[in-house]
Design a protein. Structure first.
Ligand code: ATP
Ligand code: IP8
Length: 267
């Protein structure tokens, strides 16, 4: 049983899917990430993955992020978005279990409620029980019910920040498809320069340089990710943003080794 502070890993949808396509999973990367998680051998890990080309296209098509607008097709869109997230989650779970990780998935739509897009209610009973037995809980960005909007999209990044604050995480590792945070989107600007280290004040100062995701996305790309993570950084949680598409960066970050990427500290 684990009583230690959790480590929270976000596996970005940009790393495990092709966000310029639809329902386009990168199964080799999912498999390698499961191998890295197994190798890290942590009994206090919480994994959260993003939506990539599974959740984002349907969330965008039905305008789910801004809430229910009385268009009945949106309800089907809500159901479809949650469903395709369970499909991507199934691929992640397949890889984790194949690598003999005792991972158990928890659907955020069943235990979180938001209010105007911010987490308002979390029934932590199952998560706590899983943690107590050192299972590896796995959550994901999801379509969730919202007390003011009817429903919305809860990003994996907001989930990560919330869980990190609530459970006093020792660190957050964010795996995406770029080697950290750059002074411009490296996908569209070949001269973009990476930041190795940022304090909270420096991070806030460079927020205008953070852009959208490539492809379909409803949670704001790197700009949205950092905005969602700031409350956890303010609470003193260390954040590493690194590439998850190649090498061993996730294993190295999870085990406190240096990685190509950006380290963020409050001061
Ligand atoms: P998902 O939301 O599907 O889980 P993710 O969390 O992996 O995906 P995205 O929301 O797609 O990440 O955001 C990452 C993307 O942000 C990168 O692929 C990159 O194109 C874009 N980006 C924009 N500005 C920057 C920047 N300054 N530095 C790094 N990446 C940036
Ligand atoms: O990919 C959003 O979570 P994110 C998930 O972590 C959906 O931003 C359903 C679009």
């Amino acid at each position: 049983m684990s009583d230690s502070r959790p480590i929270i890993l976000k596996i970005g949808g940009s790393a495990i899917t092709d966000k310029t396509g639809e329902l386009a999973a990168k199964t080799e990367i999912i498999n390698r990430l499961a191998e890295e998680i197994k190798r890290a051998d942590l009994d206090n890990l919480i994994v959260v993955h993003g939506g990539g080309s599974f959740g984002h296209p349907t969330a965008l098509k039905y305008g789910l992020k801004d809430g229910y607008n009385e268009d009945p097709t949106q309800k089907l869109g809500f159901a479809e978005t949650h469903h395709v997230m369970t499909v991507l989650n199934g691929l992640v779970m397949d890889a984790m279990i194949w690598h003999e990780i005792a991972a158990v998935s928890i659907a955020p739509s069943s235990c979180f409620l938001t209010e105007n897009g911010k987490i308002k209610v979390f029934d932590e009973t199952v998560l706590k029980a899983l943690q107590k037995m050192s299972f590896t809980p796995v959550m994901y960005g999801d379509a969730v019910l919202d007390e003011k909007l009817g429903f919305t999209i809860l990003s994996g990044d907001q989930l990560v920040a919330y869980l990190a604050i609530k459970y006093n995480a020792s660190k957050i590792v964010i795996g995406t498809d770029t080697d950290g945070i750059f002074d411009a989107d490296p996908k569209t600007n070949p001269d973009a320069k990476p930041y190795k280290k940022l304090t909270l004040a420096e991070l806030k100062a460079i927020q205008p340089k953070l852009g959208k995701a490539q492809g379909k996305d409803v949670t704001g790309g790197m700009a949205g990710k950092i905005a969602a993570l700031i409350p956890a950084i303010e609470a003193g949680v260390h954040v590493t943003v690194t590439g998850a598409t190649k090498g061993l960066s996730i294993y190295r970050a999870l085990t406190d080794q240096s990685v190509l990427g950006t380290e963020i500290e409050k001061t």
